[in-house]
Ligand binder design. Sequence first.
Ligand code: AOS
Ligand code: ZN
Ligand code: ZN
Ligand code: ZN
Length: 402
Amino acid sequence: MTLTPDLLDALNSQRIETPSWGYGNSGTRFKTFAAQGAARTIWEKLDDAAEVHRLTGIAPSVALHIPWDEVEDYGELKRFADERGLEIGAINPNVFQDEGYKLGSVTSPDEKTREQATQHLLDCVQIMKQTGSRDLSLWFADGTNYAGQDDLRARKHRMRAALKRVHDALPEGTRMLVEYKLFEPAFYATDLFDWGAAYAHCLAIGDKAQVLVDLGHHAQGVNIEQIVAFLLDEGRLGGFHFNARRYADDDLIVGTSNPFELFCIYAELVSAATSSDALTRSTAQSVAYMIDQSHNIEPKVEAMLQSVLNCQEAYAKALLIDRDLLREAQAAGDVLGAHRVLTDAFKTDVRPLLSDLRAEQGLSTDPIKAHRQSGYQHRVAQERGTQSGGGGYPVKEKAHSV
Ligand code: AOS
Ligand code: ZN
Ligand code: ZN
Ligand code: ZN
């Protein structure tokens, strides 16, 4: 397996965004274990993200969560990131932690609560202007726990109205990514419950609205790569929250329990990026590849490195698919021949290829080993100590268990 110029080009331009919340302490509803050296503030989270980027070369942006990562001066934060070779990525408003959101945020039956939540989303649009972010990433915990608790159509209308207001406040060249989730924390009905609901809202509110696919947000057995293919073809796939799961929204290290699914998703993206249809092509080229994982017992930086590297492997394998052969087999109705073309690529060990790529890029050929040998973890453990809870500046809502 050699690094052809095409492969090199494609692999050089791969990008993965890491989430600020993946660097702080987080846990389950049972316990948040304090990790030695876990980042306590957004500044430390950016330091960790810079370490992941330094070692992988493909993770130059960091998603923020507001207010967990709230600062007084976002210009200063942007400069701080810039000095570390990083950019501020998607802004994730938090409309699920205030007392007032017990019955929902933008879909709450209470008008004042809806207004407060919508204002927070609009404030986040202002933050995007200061951080230079392209994407506003929206996830709502909104929903109901019992049949009859609230009017489902009224809630749909409230969601539509809020999304529309925020959409219309977005500056040119920016987008809102609408994330859906089957359940949790609502257990009877979630207002944005699947890709169809998110897609219908996006379609109704405007061109800057696109769907975000979190790999942990579907029912068991749902074919996520087919959703990806469909949304790409409709020009409405905005981005991903990559993670792995076996049961529900487990938010584990990407590609650990489901490498074939991750590969099939990348296979659709690679195929769409060279589609003869201009909309499909440009949609594929604008996809935001973000990781959304929360660590309970894993060392944070190494866990994030592993996720980024697993995305790189999945993408490299997807690039190896022999497209001509695949088309021929498909056209000939050669069921197993076509499948074999795909699995041949999936079964290829791309680690030597990626090691060559890193050598080309002047990186260490084994980022995990390099991280383990760098002393970074030891140094931050000394400097930061062991703190319970997450981080934030100024100190605000800290604990994170979603
Ligand atoms: C929640 O389940 C969603 O995946 C959110 O995208 C994300 O986990 C949250 O914004 C970070 O707390
Ligand atoms: Zn998510
Ligand atoms: Zn998730
Ligand atoms: Zn989630």
